[in-house]
Design a protein around this ligand. Structure first.
Ligand SMILES: Nc1ncnc2c1ncn2[C@@H]1O[C@H](COP(=O)(O)OP(=O)(O)OP(=O)(O)O)[C@@H](O)[C@H]1O
Ligand SMILES: [Mg+2]
Length: 431
């Protein structure tokens, strides 16, 4: 704990430890719970499954918090980032030509560009390293603040499931961000846009696992992401998921606190209800958003879809009654899967999503637990070994974590000084 790191990066070390025997044991234990065994029963058939008090977890590893606050000068001086001039980025993107456009978000346009891998100087299109350049619309203070927040976090946090920030540009009114290029674009494009081949079940699970790893890493670093959604999950050529857009990220609570109180920001349909109601933000708010994305992966439907009628406009409200019912689950599954998914796996994933979107934040699992559960889904044999359980829930242990967020009853009191929802953006984003 409290292992401060100056300008050096916080680099992931969890990947190599993910298959330790301890974790294998947790995974079995979560699975056993799914298959109907009480988590507190220490039967001989589960002798390898430790009790909730002794279960080793990702969160027991020492976590390091990032040094905050840092001045703008300190943030921009990150040795991991290249400061680009505006004219360098103009050259790299062929003057931000429309045919280099990769996409548009609430903050501005994203263009494809090329730079030399060694010198990072602009190169001819088609040679060197491909980059994505996000050019912020001139937005005033809030836009600059979020740009700087992103430079701050991505200058320090490095993980295979976070998009890599190569550098930035701050020249006059211009604010730009330069990222590694993600050839398959966003998960949103694949799930909801016509055109790309529908994602298979296996790819959907792979994406969920990658995104969960990224989120878990952030929580271990005591950072709340606050903007977990399909458009912020980018995909490389092999569908490895990387989280992008850290403009809303926030340092997690310190000491014994379970939440930070802050202005409500995020995206409708993904933001946790208690955060929207009270402004109290915890790691469990991200877990809720993860549950919504897992539902999007299962159903192929958007978190909010105004083209639908009534309850179907809101994915959580519409899907919730089906998630714990094995016989009805198929009704919400994405028809683009054409039935090509393991039924037990789908039921397991639906139960996991149901836990993540619990209206009480303390009932939601930690990201370490989500990750352990998802690892089971990668190997369907694990699920079929355990059969015929009609139990409708997965149980999770509640253990201490650096980002624990089990609010006291006091914290559940609504109206705790929350800021109103400010305005709707394209997606529709709340700022
Ligand atoms: N590093 C990248 N590589 C490839 N494409 C990218 C990259 N970053 C962004 N894009 C593309 O640009 C689009 C717009 O991204 P952006 O983050 O600006 O907005 P958004 O996430 O869609 O919306 P919001 O502003 O609400 O976050 C993405 O959906 C994606 O298709
Ligand atoms: Mg985005």
């Amino acid at each position: 704990m409290g292992n401060c790191m100056d300008s050096s990066a916080r680099v992931d070390t969890s990947q190599s430890s993910q298959n330790t025997s301890g974790l294998g044991r947790i995974a079995n234990w979560v699975l056993s719970s799914f298959c109907g065994q009480s988590k507190f029963t220490n039967t001989t058939s589960r002798s390898s499954a430790p009790s909730t008090l002794t279960v080793p977890s990702f969160s027991e590893k020492s976590s390091s918090s990032l040094p905050t606050p840092r001045s703008e000068g300190e943030i921009l001086a990150s040795p991991n980032l290249k400061p680009f001039t505006f004219s360098e980025l103009k050259n790299a993107t062929r003057n931000f030509r429309p045919d280099s456009l990769l996409g548009e978000g609430g903050f501005g346009y994203v263009f494809k560009g090329w730079i030399d891998e060694q010198t990072l100087a602009a190169t001819k299109p088609g040679s060197g390293m491909v980059i994505a350049v996000k050019k912020l619309k001139p937005e005033g203070f809030q836009g600059h603040k979020e740009w700087l927040t992103e430079v701050n976090y991505l200058g320090q946090l490095h993980h295979p499931n976070l998009v890599k920030l190569v550098g930035y540009c701050s020249e006059g009114e211009n604010r730009l961000l330069v990222y590694e290029f993600m050839p398959k674009g966003s998960l949103e494009n694949h799930l909801f846009r016509r055109g790309p081949q529908p994602l298979s079940w296996e790819i959907r699970i792979k994406v969920a696992v990658g995104a969960a790893r990224g989120l878990f890493f952030l929580h271990e670093s005591e950072v709340i992401y606050r903007d977990f959604k399909a458009s912020n999950i980018l995909l490389d050529s092999e569908f490895n998921a990387k989280l992008s857009d850290f403009g809303l990220a926030k340092a997690g609570p310190t000491g014994d606190r379970t939440h930070v109180s802050t202005q409500v920001m995020g995206t409708h349909g993904y933001a946790a209800p208690e955060y929207v109601a009270t402004g109290r933000l915890s790691a469990k708010s991200d877990v809720y958003s993860f549950g919504v994305v897992l539902l999007e992966l299962l159903s192929g439907r958007r978190a909010v879809d105004k083209s639908k009628i009534g309850i179907e406009q809101n994915l959580v409200d519409w899907a919730k009654p089906y998630l714990g019912d094995k016989r009805k689950l198929f009704r919400i599954m994405d028809s683009k899967l054409e039935g090509q998914y393991p039924q037990k796996g789908a039921y397991f994933a639906a139960n996991l999503a149901l836990h993540c979107i619990s209206s009480e934040s303390k009932s939601r699992p930690l990201m370490s637990e989500v990750l352990t559960a998802l690892d089971q889904l990668k190997d369907p044999k694990n699920l079929s070994k355990h059969s015929h359980s009609d139990h409708k829930t997965i149980s999770y242990s509640l253990r201490k974590s650096p980002m624990r967020s089990h609010p006291s009853p006091r914290n559940l009191t609504p109206g705790g000084g929350a800021s109103p929802l400010l305005s709707n953006r394209r997606s529709p984003r709340v700022r």
